[in-house]
Write a protein that binds this ligand. Structure first.
Ligand code: PMP
Length: 407
């Protein structure tokens, strides 16, 4: 196996060179957002400096050129996720916006009183609240798939919950708190046996492992640009054409229309029907640049390197006295949630920060999951391919200091 060129890769991320409180930054908050390689930053700068013009509208060279780059970005994303058709790739503001679009449009069209929406215990609030709102509007019910103590979906319970009233399943591909990689392909297959569509929240998966929409056969897949080394304010809603055709637009405005009169409006074709208003075209182009960057490194190489980091960190954390881990599924990404002795996660995070180690503390937008484990919060270290084994050693030293000071 080739050695992963992590030191060279780190050169692409200038922010990683920073010192925090006089210590070299260890950035372990990649689950919240990822850093941007220089070529993404420069692409965005270059457009603002040299080429900015609104897309799809004007008869001028720059606008035409920008439209071309925007539509090329869509093609890059299509290829990256192995979607069948370009019309199935919709640019949104992020994973949250994508889920809200589906929950609203699907809910208004297909949810009736007494119907059920099935989600899992480990969902991010972004994949809970939009469905709750849709259920409240339509008189439908939210049902929840239980999980095991290790943080895996209880598959028998899932099979039993799929019923005549289930209208849609919405499940995360990878848990942002536990790191669990869910068996989404099998879950989709089981739902499809009953003609139930599935939305997969890919916000924590797409940057760690290769995905293919045709192979996965999901009906909707969502993710955010800022978690795949691209800019904020941009994301993707993938939807199978046959579903997107059946759903009404989520928002009205410019670009999504075919003809407008005061009496009636007809809508644009896919994907534009779901892209109301001036879209974040610079964000879309920036995200495509990020996706091109990680594709060049190779998703397989990224996956293998990150698996090595995961195993190294898992071994050290498991051996650390008094440390309780949440999320110990065999199939997981390099996300670690833990509580150290009786130290409040916030205190652990504060002390680590003073050592230049950036982690996240709290509920990680998964309060129901915290209730499941009867805890108030955790410390979360979420790693990615620009992190190193030495940085994991720094985390362990930091945890030792926390223990010495507070435990
Ligand atoms: N789902 C999961 C699993 C996430 O981790 C996040 C972000 N933490 C989201 C959805 C929402 O993403 P965004 O805030 O970028 O819309």
């Amino acid at each position: 196996m080739e050695i992963f060129p992590v030191e060279r890769i780190r050169e692409d991320f200038p922010i990683l060179k920073q010192h925090v409180y006089g210590k070299p930054l260890v950035y372990f908050d990649n689950g919240a957002t990822t850093q941007k390689p220089v070529r993404v930053i420069e692409t965005i700068n270059r457009i603002h400096r040299e080429q900015n013009a609104s897309i799809h509208r004007s008869v001028n060279w720059m606008s035409d050129h920008m439209t071309q780059l925007y539509e090329d970005a869509r093609k890059t994303i299509r290829a990256f996720i192995g979607a069948g058709k370009i019309s199935e790739i919709i640019f949104t503001a992020g994973a949250t916006a994508s889920i809200n679009a589906v929950a609203f449009s699907f809910g208004e069209t297909f949810l009736e009183p007494g119907d059920e929406v099935l989600i899992s215990t480990m969902e991010h609030h972004s994949n809970i609240v939009p469905w709750q709102l849709a259920c409240e509007r339509r008189g439908a019910r939210l049902k929840v798939i239980p999980i095991t103590d290790a943080g895996t979906i209880e598959m028998d319970a899932y099979r039993n919950l799929l019923g005549d009233k289930t209208r849609i399943v919405a499940v995360t591909h990878v848990s942002n708190t536990l790191g669990t990689i869910n068996p989404v392909k099998e879950m989709i297959r089981l739902a499809h046996e009953r003609d139930i569509p599935v939305l997969v929240d890919g916000a924590q998966a797409i940057q760690h492992t290769a995905v293919n929409m045709v192979d996965l056969d999901c009906d909707f897949y969502v993710f955010s640009g800022h978690k795949v080394y691209g800019p904020t304010g941009i994301g993707i809603l993938y939807g199978k054409e046959q579903w997107l055709e059946r759903l009404p637009p989520y928002q009205g405005g410019g670009d999504m229309i075919d003809r407008v009169t005061f009496e009636k409006t007809t809508f644009n074709e896919l994907p534009f029907k779901f892209e109301a208003g001036t879209s974040n075209y610079i964000g879309a182009i920036g995200m495509a640049e990020a996706v091109a960057y990680i594709s060049e490194i190779g998703m397989q190489a990224i996956h293998e390197y990150e698996t090595g980091l995961r195993d190294y960190a898992a071994g050290l954390l498991s051996a650390f006295p008094g440390l309780s881990q949440y999320g110990t599924a065999p199939d997981k990404t390099a996300i670690f949630s833990f509580v150290l002795n009786n130290v409040h996660p916030f205190d652990t995070g504060m002390i680590l920060d003073k050592f230049g180690i950036a982690v996240r503390t709290g509920t990680h937008c998964t309060m129901p999951l915290m209730n499941r484990f009867r805890i108030e919060g955790t410390v979360r270290a979420s790693l990615c391919f620009y992190n190193t084994h030495q940085e994991i050693d720094r985390l362990m030293e930091g945890l030792q200091t926390v223990t010495d000071m507070l435990a």
